[in-house]
Write a protein that binds this ligand. Structure first.
Ligand code: SF4
Length: 620
């Protein structure tokens, strides 16, 4: 029986009929899919009718918390995940996670999640507070950027502690790579979730609540989290470089040294200038609910043309690479400014950055002319140009704005066949933006993933002691990668379902024990690390079945963006490429996963083993 962790209610809002209902989820479903990504995916799988496109009203936005979300004893227990049909690929399950305070507020308001269906006929926002919800007019918010929207909505609802998740102009104008920003420094990124929200004319979701999340056994939870926080803060080196706005404080050195900084559409690697001088700007950490790490931060630019500008950034680096280095911009002040601008316009920067970089390269190579670019000269390294292009894209302004709003693959298809060679994408969507050609484990995990950012992280960037990989794997050795993608994918999908930010579990020694024991202590279940990995494996299979039903074939895993298989021109992976090994690796991965080599479908026996026998008939 469930004794804690869940608020036992989800909210269902239909924007077409303006109907608002609450529903309960059966314990059997919760035990199998847990929460966050797992539960959201299950609901999406069951509710999305066949033949529906991502921007049609029938495509739901499913936002779910996990059992550990909103519990301050749990390190970084603040995650909310979103599932929807991926608007950037058009055919895969879209997955997105955010942090900050949104999930804790949602649970505080008495709900484990929100499902938004239908579409309004004029702009609206949703206000969820203390057990109730209402749809409100958002006409005056339409056109505003994400930060402005947050500020205004807080005033409109009269609650300064509310969390607001909002789209910007990019989402309103249904651009590829549009995201949903929340709590200033955070976002539901990837999968074009902002465009799905824009297609519903839903400008924002505001939440506030003060109800405590019940805990089945608080004393047991305290014992577990004491050990967990110790491992995270004292036995795990990546925490040090992430802590207190670490990526800017350490001037990006770690990623640079590993040859992982993407530059000029992957034609350069880890430019020396990038990251330099970041630490001299005024960095103020902005930790999320219950987080001892505090990777996200505000930065005030103290010199140069953007002096005095305050940017609100998250702790990962991909936002900065997509917005700046990918387009050849390396100056720290411009990097901060452009990353923040992407956020305000409502863009996840890897997709829009890849599209801008593609167009610059195509212009240089003569595949685009001034006639195609509304008379603009496209070149690398010009922050003013990148700013103009971001704005043009967000408002679909002119011929070039409309092209940029398509995302890297569709834009390349419009330009020419030749241009497809330079488009950086995974199944049409922007990738997790680092130059992962120097880490084949992560690159392979993304290639066989569904085009939603991070799927299997491999073990060549951060080892996974809980999975029997205590040391880093050789990043340029292909043989161990298929099995590692399977193992790390299982753990990642479990982690993404508990309600904890991944920076508190990824590679942390014993995290698998801590998370499964914490879920047991909070809910009152008996959950082992083996159960946890089985949940992860179940989700990998459910996601695969979803994608197969919407047309995914092995060709989507093998015929990938040529630029990702080009040997880097410099750095640790100079001259090396995954290309000769890829087909064999994909087949080995399918065998390890228990998937059919001809079709890529999970075998019937696999679906039975992971407890998904009910979906066999959907794909066989
Ligand atoms: S690690 Fe960073 S993103 Fe994750 S919860 Fe902490 S501050 Fe937020």
């Amino acid at each position: 029986m469930i004794k804690g962790g869940y608020m036992k209610k989800i909210l269902k809002v239909n924007l077409s009929s303006e109907e608002i209902l609450t529903e309960m989820i059966e314990e059997e479903i919760l035990r199998k899919f847990v929460g966050c990504w797992g539960l959201a995916l299950k609901i999406l799988y069951d509710s999305l009718p066949p033949g529906i496109g991502p921007l049609e009203p029938e495509n739901p936005l499913v936002l779910m918390t996990g059992p550990l979300t909103g519990i301050s004893l749990v390190p970084a227990g603040n995650q909310t995940s979103l599932a929807t049909l991926n608007a950037d690929t058009g055919f895969t399950a879209g997955r997105s996670h955010t942090h900050g305070f949104f999930g804790p507020n949602l649970k505080g308001a008495g709900f484990d999640g929100v499902i938004v269906e239908g579409a309004a006929d004029k702009p609206v926002y949703l206000w969820i507070s203390e057990g109730s919800a209402e749809i409100r007019d958002a006409t005056e918010l339409w056109g505003k950027d994400t930060h402005e929207t947050e500020r205004i909505v807080k005033k409109m609802v009269g609650e300064p502690k509310a969390s607001v998740a909002a789209i910007g102009p990019a989402g309103e104008n249904l651009c590829a790579g549009a995201w949903i920003a929340n709590d200033e420094n955070h976002s539901f990124g990837h999968s074009g979730v902002g465009a799905v929200m824009g297609s519903k004319k839903l400008k924002a979701i505001a939440v506030y609540g003060s109800e405590e999340v019940p805990i089945a056994d608080e004393e047991r939870l305290k014992e577990i989290t004491k050990k967990w926080i110790h491992s995270l803060m004292f036995e795990y080196p990546p925490t040090k470089r992430r802590q207190k706005g670490g990526i800017a404080r350490t001037e990006y050195e770690f990623l640079k040294k590993r040859s992982l900084v993407s530059a000029k559409n992957f034609t350069e690697v880890s430019p020396e200038e990038f990251g330099k001088g970041m630490s001299k700007h005024k960095i103020t950490p902005k930790p999320c609910f219950g987080c001892p790490i505090g990777c996200s931060y505000d930065v005030e630019i103290v010199e140069g043309p953007y002096k005095g500008y305050k940017a609100s950034l998250s702790g990962g680096g991909e936002g900065m690479e997509g917005a700046a280095s990918l387009c050849g911009v390396y100056n720290a002040d411009a990097v901060f400014y452009l990353t923040d601008l992407c956020d305000r316009l409502g863009f996840e920067s890897s997709t829009i950055g890849s599209t801008i970089a593609l167009c610059i390269e195509c212009y240089e190579k003569g595949l685009l002319s001034k006639e195609d670019t509304d008379g603009m000269e496209l070149k690398w390294g010009d922050p003013n140009l990148v700013e103009s292009l971001l704005r043009k894209a967000a408002y679909r302004e002119g011929k070039l704005g409309r092209l940029l709003a398509l995302g890297p693959k569709r834009a390349a298809e419009m330009i020419s066949e030749e241009a497809l060679k330079f488009a950086v994408h995974i199944k049409g969507a922007g990738m997790n933006m680092h130059d992962w050609r120097a880490c084949w484990g992560i690159l392979f995990g993304q290639i066989v993933g569904g085009g939603s950012g991070w799927p299997a992280p491999g073990a060549d960037y951060i080892p996974e002691p809980d999975l029997g990989i205590p040391q880093l794997q050789n990043p340029l050795e292909w043989r161990d990668k298929p099995e590692t993608a399977r193992k790390t994918g299982m753990k990642k999908y479990w982690d993404d379902s508990t309600g904890v930010c991944w920076f508190a579990t990824w590679g942390v020694p014993n995290a698998l024990v801590y998370t499964s024991e914490a879920v047991s202590a909070v809910v009152g279940w008996d959950f082992t690390p083996e159960d946890a990995l089985l949940v992860g494996e179940r989700l990998m299979n459910l996601e695969r079945a979803f994608n197969i039903r919407r047309g995914l074939t092995p060709a989507d895993d093998i015929e990938v963006s040529p630029r990702l298989l080009e040997p880097p021109s410099a750095g640790l992976a100079k001259g090396r490429s995954l290309a000769p090994h890829l087909r064999g690796m994909v087949m080995e991965y399918y065998r390890a996963m228990g998937w059919d080599e001809k079709t890529g479908k999970p075998l019937r026996s696999t679906l039975r083993r992971v407890g998904l026998e009910e979906i066999i008939q959907d794909i066989w």
